[in-house]
Write a protein that binds this ligand. Structure first.
Ligand SMILES: [Mn+2]
Length: 276
C-alpha cells in the first residue's frame, strides 16, 4: 500500500472561508477529483445524516474514488459542541455527533477526524479536567470506531485553535495515556509549520502514530504555494513507512479547481507512487 492522494470537500455553508478545496457540490467535486487523478476525497459534512450513503457509494464507485476520511468539525461550527465543554449535556451531544459520523464513515472504511471538536480548556474547565474529558471521549469513540475496522483520527491543532495538543509529541502523550490503541494522529503540515521545531523530525518521531496527513503549505494554500520544504517531509513519511492519505486541506486558492490541480502537481512531484 502506497501513500495515496485525497482532496477535501466542504458541504458546510457556515465553514465558508475555511481551508477546503471544493465546496458545496459533492458530485461536481468528485468528478473533478477523479479527472485530476486523486485516489480519494475527504468530506466535511454538515452532520451525519446529511449525505445519503447510497448516493455517495454510487458517486465514489462511478469515479473510482475512495472516501479518505470524514470531518466532524460541523459539530463545532454549526452547533458549538465540543468534547471538553463545561456542561456535561454539551459534551455528551458532542460525543453523540462524532459517534454518528463514525457510523456514517465506517461502512466506507473511512475514519472520522476530531479536530475542532476537541475544544480547549479555560472558560470554566481547567487543563487537567479538560484533558480527562478528552481522554474519556477518545477512549469511547476510539473503541467505537473498531466496529468498522477503522481508527479514530485525532488532530493536534495550532495554539490559536486549541490548547489540548499543539504538536505531534503532545498528541502522542495523549495517545499513550489511553487504553485503546485505536486512535491515531493527524499530521497537518499547516499546524505543524506553526508549532513544530522541525517538521521532518516530528514526523519521524510520530512513527506508528501518524494515521492521516493534511497536505498543505505554510500559509494554508495548496502545497507548493507557500514556503514549506516538502522534500524532507516526504522523505520522513517514507522513512516511517507511512501508508495513509496525504489529503489537501487547503484554501481554495486561487480557486477550487486550480487549488486541486496545484495539489496534484505537488503530489506527483513529491510522492513516487503516482507515475511522476
Ligand atoms: Mn487539518
Amino acid at each position: 500500500m502506497a501513500i495515496r492522494s485525497a482532496v477535501t470537500i466542504s458541504l458546510v455553508p457556515e465553514a465558508r472561508g475555511g481551508p477546503f478545496v471544493f465546496w458545496d457540490d459533492l458530485a461536481g467535486a468528485c468528478r473533478k477529483a477523479s479527472e485530476l487523478g486523486f485516489d480519494a476525497v475527504e468530506i466535511f459534512p454538515p452532520g451525519p445524516d446529511e449525505v445519503d450513503p447510497v448516493a455517495l457509494r454510487t458517486l465514489l464507485a462511478g469515479h473510482g474514488l475512495a472516501l479518505a476520511a470524514v470531518g466532524t468539525g460541523a459539530g463545532w461550527v454549526k452547533h458549538r459542541l465540543n468534547l471538553v465543554h463545561p456542561e456535561s449535556s454539551v459534551r455528551s451531544r458532542a460525543r453523540d455527533f462524532i459517534r454518528a459520523i463514525i457510523d456514517f464513515a465506517g461502512p466506507f472504511q473511512a475514519p472520522a477526524i476530531i479536530g475542532s471538536m476537541q475544544g480547549r480548556s479555560g472558560d470554566g474547565v481547567d487543563a487537567a479536567t479538560a484533558a480527562g474529558y478528552l481522554a474519556d471521549a477518545l477512549e469511547e469513540l476510539g473503541e467505537h470506531a473498531k466496529n468498522y475496522g477503522v481508527p479514530l483520527v485525532y488532530e493536534p491543532l495550532n495554539r490559536y485553535e486549541t490548547n489540548m495538543a499543539n504538536t505531534v509529541e503532545a498528541g502522542m502523550v495523549i495517545l499513550r495515556s489511553l487504553s485503546t490503541r485505536n486512535v491515531v494522529l493527524l499530521a497537518d503540515l499547516f499546524h505543524m509549520n506553526i508549532e513544530e521545531a522541525n517538521l521532518p523530525a516530528a514526523i519521524r518521531a510520530g512513527r506508528g502514530a501518524i494515521g492521516h496527513v493534511h497536505f498543505v503549505d505554510s500559509n494554508r494554500r495548496p502545497a507548493g504555494l507557500g514556503h514549506i520544504d516538502f522534500a524532507p517531509i516526504v522523505a520522513a513519511l517514507e522513512e516511517i513507512e507511512y501508508q495513509g492519505y496525504v489529503s489537501a486541506e487547503a484554501f481554495p486558492y486561487p480557486d477550487p479547481d486550480s487549488a486541486a490541480e496545484r495539489t496534484m502537481q505537488a503530489f506527483r512531484q513529491y510522492f513516487r507512487n503516482d507515475g511522476a
